[in-house]
Design a protein. Structure first.
Lengths: 150, 148
């Protein structure tokens, strides 16, 4: 005796047969889009605007160097992202920011920041420095300043 | 005349208020503290920058190409602070402005930067900086004449 599929359950065999035809129909209708090819710089996924500026200004190898220098300078890195950062007040001033989330005490972070910037200004060519910028987001592990500035 | 570094006292007070709006405003004040300190220094050395938005970039370029490594590092931090200030004032989606401790770290950096710029009023740094910027300006002027 044949077992019948209850009406409430999906018919798996029918779905498998129908799927290729559905996909083909989507292609024919032009509603099927390829996923954009993911782009990476220094192993980090980047948005189209970052990729465009990096290619236009020939920054890719310099961004890779800058990210390496950041990884070498900061001990406790939680995340690194590359973001496109145009200046809203100065039309042609556009940068790729290395958003670096790092933890440490204030002294550790100040020292790491100074180490990175020394290495950055001596390693990256002047013409590339303008469009690359480290943006440090610090997770402070110690107290804060309360003194007044004179 | 108001001293630009007075903005830093305001920035510290804002950071200690610990709300996101005050932290965002603190970044903005801290940036303008160092920016105006830099403008004043260059003015004293005889470099008059225009009184418009282009002066942000012109100041950065001059400090970043002056040939003094410490000042070039400072220029790099100035650029970072401008980016943060832009984000603080224009990007309400950015969630990075909730930590007053992080903001005070930035203010501590700016205090060091202001002290560093003030040291440039004294010799021999004063002449080194002036000569370095003059050399940079000669270079870019040569470049613009050549490309004209």
């Amino acid at each position: 005796m044949l077992e019948s599929v209850p009406a409430t359950q999906p018919n798996k065999v029918a779905e498998a047969v129908a799927a290729p035809y559905l996909t083909r129909t989507e292609i024919e209708r032009g509603t099927f889009y390829r996923q954009p090819v993911p782009r990476f710089i220094a192993g980090l996924p980047v948005a189209d605007e970052v990729w465009r500026l990096a290619k236009e200004k020939k920054l890719v190898p310099h961004i890779e160097t800058a990210v390496r220098l950041a990884r070498e300078s900061f001990k406790d890195i939680q995340e690194i992202k590359l973001t496109y950062s145009p200046d809203p007040e100065i039309p042609h001033w556009e940068m790729i920011a290395i958003d670096l989330y790092a933890a440490g005490t204030m002294d550790e972070l100040l020292q790491a920041d100074a180490k990175y910037r020394r290495a950055f200004t001596t390693t990256i060519p002047d013409e590339a420095q303008f469009n690359i910028c480290l943006l440090l987001w610090a997770d402070m592990k110690d107290g804060v300043l309360h003194e007044e500035t004179n | 005349m108001m001293e630009a570094k007075e903005f830093l006292s305001v920035a510290q007070k804002l950071a200690q208020m610990r709300s996101e709006a005050s932290i965002r405003s603190a970044y903005s004040r801290a940036y303008y503290g160092i920016f105006n300190t830099g403008l004043k220094l260059l003015n004293e050395l005889g470099f008059i920058l225009p009184n418009d938005a282009s002066s942000h970039e012109l100041l950065y370029q001059r400090l970043n190409n002056c040939g003094i490594p410490d000042i070039e590092n400072l220029a790099s931090r100035l650029k970072t602070l401008r980016l943060k200030r832009n984000s603080a004032d224009y990007d309400m989606k950015n969630r990075g402005f909730q930590s007053h401790a992080e903001c005070e770290f930035a203010i501590a950096s700016v205090k060091l930067m202001i002290a560093q710029l003030e040291s440039c009023y004294h010799q021999p740094l004063r002449n080194q900086l002036k000569d370095g910027i003059q050399e940079y300006e000669r270079k870019i002027n040569r470049g613009s004449i050549a490309s004209a």
